[in-house]
Write a protein that binds this ligand. Structure first.
Ligand code: ZN
Length: 511
């Protein structure tokens, strides 16, 4: 007791001296740096397509990227990075992120080997990065992996093992197939609301802002997830038309009238044979699980109520659709944009063959994927030469037969990620553009790059379901649009799809 008394006497003068020190002599500690880790691993898998997506496909355009190369990516990550950099003392760490896989969404099942390599790679990069305050994963949600029923949830579980309680935020594409396995392991999930997907950066930005609030303690994410039990084909999911537009509008109304609520709906990707296929509602609230449940119930009920309209109407088949397109062109409504909504590998020839059969003129088929035909053209001819070559119809039975083109090589060279693409001019000023893989053309940039005068075309045929609206319709270019349901691996009627892993109690498989 006496000793303690003595210590107090000794310490007190020191404290008193410190308190009396002028302010300019105290050094305020630098604010703690906030470290955020960022990775992407994204695939929309068409499990009915023929070619699996293994390591060779994932690394066709180069090995996975890290560091700044991750942080420079467009879309979700650009939104996240731009928003995070508005705050002081935020340091961003790019973790291993595979590039786009060869063939994109024409690729079939991702191999377990590839999934293990990249998901474990992200987790081990995180470990090596040292302590972080938050982890952002820009995923798609429709990846299908052989032997891994719910890959995005499994990826987050692997990251969680390293992350402990550190917040993990996920953004997803509108075509995500998910369920509560993902929301059970991630802290917050935000999903794109527009199709065409205009708002990827916006969702990334949202993830950054809520993550920083979570780290600073002003937001505690609580989530509710629902599966309304509705399966729809991509072609009827465009958010420019109802009921898709009404569903997303309802989500936005909830967000705007309810503080701190984030209401997401993924419509799902019908061409993946996975157990969590179909629509998903995911709601994030600030420490209010009951509110999250209430909003999720409302949204789920609304989607269920709209199910019949959402399953779509009948689209014209090949012959009828081509007749309609030619009639629109003759009526002067040019350019007519024709969308082949069912081709998922890009090599289908049904519409090309029918355009030729019905004597259409001044059209451009954009594009047919055919690596072999390109190699044959490159081996036998140069620009300006005549060539006779079979194009398309090689990948699957539903793609139709190869079409013999007797024409002139108009272009042969690189374009974007492709080493060689070819343009053949044939018949009455008709063209076919050949790319090595599926190229879903969503804006007119390809035409000027390949020296094709878009303004002079009567009919532009695209391999796209809804994304083409972005660059061809919503910009006022197309004077008429004909969406054709040709035979293919992406039929508009999902009841014709030979699913093995999908629950049968989902509408419209069970009516
Ligand atoms: Zn999508």
């Amino acid at each position: 007791m006496r000793l303690l008394f003595a210590i107090i006497i000794v310490v007190c003068p020191v404290l008193a001296a410190a308190c009396a020190m002028p302010a300019q002599q105290t050094s305020t500690p630098a604010p703690k740096k906030i470290r955020l880790a960022v990775a992407t691993f994204s695939h929309e898998t068409c499990t009915f397509c023929p070619e699996p997506t293994g390591i060779a496909e994932w690394e066709f355009y180069g090995p996975p990227v890290r560091g700044d190369q991750v942080l420079k990516q467009n879309g979700y990550i650009r939104g996240f990075v731009d928003a995070a950099r508005e705050y002081d003392n935020v340091e961003l760490v790019g973790l291993l992120s595979p590039r786009d896989a060869k063939g994109g969404s024409s690729g079939s099942w991702v191999t377990e080997e590839a999934f293990d390599k990249y998901s474990n790679g992200i987790a081990s990069d995180l470990k090596q990065a040292g302590p972080v305050d938050g982890i952002y994963l820009a995923l798609h949600g429709a990846m299908a992996v052989t032997g891994v029923p719910k890959p995005e949830a499994e990826l987050v579980r692997r990251v969680r093992k390293v992350a402990g309680k550190t917040p993990i935020f996920v953004t997803l594409d509108l075509h995500a197939n998910e369920d509560r396995e993902l929301s059970d392991v991630a802290d917050a999930v935000f999903i794109i609301k527009r199709y065409p997907h205009y708002d990827a950066a916006l969702q990334g930005e949202r993830a950054a802002r809520i993550m920083l609030r979570t780290i600073k303690g002003t937001y505690t994410p609580t989530m509710a997830t629902r599966k309304p039990g509705v399966l729809t084909p991509s072609v009827f999911q465009g958010t420019g038309t109802s009921p898709s537009m009404e569903i997303m509008e309802r989500a936005r109304i909830w967000e705007e009238r309810t503080k701190d609520a984030y209401v997401s709906v993924a419509y799902g990707f019908a061409y993946a044979d996975v157990p969590d296929v179909g629509a998903t509602v995911m709601v994030v609230t600030n420490k209010d699980p009951k509110l999250a449940e209430r909003i999720a119930d409302d949204m789920s009920g609304f989607i269920w109520k709209k199910r019949e309209a959402f399953a779509g109407t009948t689209l014209p088949k090949t012959k009828e659709g081509v007749t309609k397109a030619i009639a629109e062109a003759r009526a002067g409504h040019t350019p007519v944009v024709v969308a082949d909504q069912s081709d998922r590998t890009g090599n289908s020839t049904w519409i090309l063959a029918e355009l030729v059969r019905q004597g259409a003129k001044n059209f451009c088929v954009t594009t047919i994927s055919d690596e072999k035909a390109i190699a044959e053209i490159a081996a036998k001819a140069k620009v300006g030469d005549r060539i006779v070559v079979d194009v398309g119809g090689w990948a699957e039975e539903l793609a139709g037969k190869p079409v013999k083109i007797d024409g002139t090589v108009e272009f042969l060279g690189p374009y974007q990620q492709f080493k060689t693409v070819a343009v053949l001019l044939f018949g009455d000023n008709n063209r076919v553009i050949l790319t090595p893989d599926l190229d879903q053309v969503t804006d007119p940039g390809i035409f000027s790059a390949l020296h094709i005068d878009l303004a002079k075309l009567d009919i532009i045929m695209l391999k796209s379901r809804v994304h083409f609206w972005r660059g061809f319709v919503e910009d006022g270019l197309a004077k008429a649009v004909v969406v054709i349901d040709a035979p293919g691996l992406g039929p508009a009627d999902v009841t014709t799809i030979p699913y093995k892993n999908v629950p049968r109690d989902i509408y419209p498989l069970k009516r």
